[in-house]
Design a protein around this ligand. Structure first.
Ligand SMILES: C[S@@+](CC[C@H](N)C(=O)[O-])C[C@H]1O[C@@H](n2cnc3c(N)ncnc32)[C@H](O)[C@@H]1O
Length: 478
């Protein structure tokens, strides 16, 4: 996303205070001598009928791990469906949820997730991505895919998979740009991995799809993109994409949407940061009092890091879904042949505290009105490399900056060719788009309003390839 040089709005992160036990007067406390009794600190029962004598003692109960429901009220709740859902999970589980679970619900909850029901891209939406900035981005990815296809020995059938295609702009530009290379486009079976029904519809339109009813008019419906005559199908996960053919996988700004777990160094060791509900019914961060399952991934991640790297940070983000997805990609490529290209913003090392929320092009608090802002985190490219390298038969290349990647694939020649055949308005848009894709900082040529100055993404975004070793080194990583 074009994350402008905005200062990150520092959300107040109120952390769990371990000594929050409180005294509670109760009229009756069910007690049992049985060894299977529920510990007193978790079980408080108020008995009203028949009337009981006044309590003879005040009993101290540790409530720090209990959910505190807000006062009962007949006022209609202003909470959205998603907020109610999140609060219910916390309530019925009897404790806070991980940041990763929160992020996953916020982005992809099937009813009310941020991506599920609407178009969030572009000036009218919440953020803008490289394919939306300029057609040259998708065209250059097409050049990369064609070069890999050549290195693969020009197979006659290839699965071209895009993870999280957004509006479908990258794939549309790729197909338009490649349409003259008939044997390449004729080999393609396009598979779009997309969780959002609303975005699937946009992708269908963007790829100018038509549905062929099939011979018997129902079961064998096939969808064809009129941009290149290739068959297109949609899947909720990569696992659902058929195996058995060489595969080219593109993941642009997909990994940054995968849920991250956040850990914080405390006096008792690394503790997972969780999301809880306060007594006045708002969300807050707390630290888990016990070890959590994601600690296993933290340990795995730390094994890949140098000790100085860990010593220098007080927080660490880990993304188990990124590790698992990378291994799934690497396994598939190792068996079927082909390669994957991952482009995203991130670091080539441990990511400390990068999770951010963006609504209408502005940074907002991560816990504010969940479902109405995009959540994303920096991609840990070093973790991706280590995950892929655990799989035999694949090699990992990069990361290199987006600027180096697009420059080596020939974006300079492409922009010059396009500039030869356009009017002044189109030329302005091409120059701005070019700067956004490969520049660094504010464009020096900009003469318009300061707040609209194009900001380059050329060095903040990184590109990495995972390929089957048989193919050798992919362009432009030689
Ligand atoms: C940040 S957008 C990037 C869109 C596009 N690649 C671009 O660059 O414009 C993330 C995309 O991934 C999809 N997505 C996010 N999480 C997903 C998941 N778990 N499974 C499938 N699609 C997902 C979103 O619906 C959206 O299309």
């Amino acid at each position: 996303m074009l994350r402008r040089a905005l200062l990150k709005a520092a959300p107040t992160r109120r952390l769990f205070s371990p000594s929050s036990s409180s005294s509670l007067s109760v009229t009756s406390l069910r007690q049992s001598s049985s060894s299977s009794q529920i510990p007193n600190s978790h079980f408080v029962e108020h008995v009203e009928d028949p009337p009981q004598p006044p309590p003879s003692a005040t009993i101290s109960v540790d409530r720090s791990n209990l959910y505190h429901p807000p006062e009962h009220s007949h006022e209609p709740s202003a909470d959205s469906e998603l907020v109610k859902h999140l609060k219910n999970i916390i309530k019925f589980r009897g404790g806070p949820i991980t940041v990763a679970e929160y992020m996953e619900e916020v982005l992809t909850n099937p009813k009310a997730g941020f991506y599920i029901n609407r178009d969030v891209f572009g000036a009218e939406g919440d953020f803008i991505t490289s394919p939306e900035v300029s057609q040259m981005f998708g065209e250059m990815i097409g050049v990369w895919a064609m070069c890999l296809w050549e290195q693969m020995g020009r197979p006659s059938r290839v699965n071209l998979v895009e993870l999280g295609p957004g509006r479908g702009t990258l794939m549309a530009d790729l197909l338009r740009g490649a349409s003259k290379f008939k044997s390449f486009v004729d080999s393609l079976q396009i598979h779009l991995v997309e969780c959002s029904p609303a975005l699937q519809k946009l992708q269908y339109q963007k790829l100018k799809c038509m549905t062929d009813e099939g011979a018997d008019g129902n079961a064998d419906k096939r969808c064809i993109s009129r941009l290149a005559g290739s068959a297109v199908s949609w899947h909720a996960t990569l696992e659902q994409v058929p195996t058995g053919s060489p595969t080219i996988i593109i993941g642009h700004e997909f990994y940054d949407a995968l849920p991250v777990h956040q850990f914080q160094k405390a006096s008792r060791g690394w503790c997972e940061k969780m999301v809880d509900v306060t007594e006045n019914s708002s969300f807050r961060f707390v630290l888990s009092p016990q070890p959590t399952p994601a600690l296993l991934y933290l340990m795995k991640r730390c094994k890949w890091a140098k000790s100085e790297e860990i010593a220098n940070v007080n927080q660490i983000e880990v993304c188990p879904k990124a590790i698992d997805l990378t291994q799934e990609i690497a396994n598939r490529i190792g068996v079927d042949g082909g390669g994957a290209l991952i482009i995203d913003y991130g670091l080539n090392g441990i990511v400390s505290d990068s999770l951010q929320a963006i609504r209408k092009h502005k940074f907002v608090d991560i816990l504010d009105n969940p479902g109405t802002a995009d959540l994303s985190a920096y991609v840990d490219f070093d973790a991706i490399r280590h995950s892929a390298e655990e799989i035999p038969d694949v090699s990992v290349h990069g990361p290199m900056t987006q600027s180096q990647f697009l420059g080596s694939l020939g974006i300079n020649f492409r922009v010059e060719t396009l500039l030869e055949n356009c009017n002044e308005e189109q030329a302005e848009s091409l120059r701005t788009g070019y700067w956004r894709l490969v520049g660094e900082g504010e464009a020096p040529f900009w003469e318009g309003p300061e707040e609209q100055a194009p900001i380059g993404m050329g060095t903040r975004y990184l590109a990495m390839a995972i390929v089957n070793k048989k193919q050798g080194i992919p362009v432009p990583f030689m």
